[in-house]
Design a protein around this ligand. Sequence first.
Ligand SMILES: [Ca+2]
Ligand SMILES: [Ca+2]
Length: 143
Amino acid sequence: MDRESIPSYKLTVIANDNGAPPLNSTAEVYITVEDINDNAPMFSHADRYVVFVKEEQPVGGFVVKLLADDPDSGDNGTVDYSITRGKKSVWKKKKKPFFEMCDELLPGVLFFSCSMSFFIGVYQVFIKCSIGDHIYMYCLVIS
Ligand SMILES: [Ca+2]
Ligand SMILES: [Ca+2]
């Protein structure tokens, strides 16, 4: 059984006796398939995603919203997003990152954690969803 294909079944059970005349009775049985966590989340984009943004981005400026789908239900289908690593260019001086995510408020949304004025360039960010899929996001900051 696969809950993601067929989540429930309805069966009709018939009981017959051997009397004369034979009598019978029917009952309907409903079966709900319980979910197990058998699907990993997958990003709906290709494994590389390119975003162009203008350099006059303020702190908190929107970069992109990434979406991953997990067909399981409840907690099994909840997707957490995180920036796991990026090339050195992702990290500003003093180890402050250029990009941040706040999963509690806006799941999948990447935003700038500092002003991008004077930071024209290509930034590579590696983003993971839960324990499943990952995606490389390239942010091209242009003038
Ligand atoms: Ca899952
Ligand atoms: Ca499942």
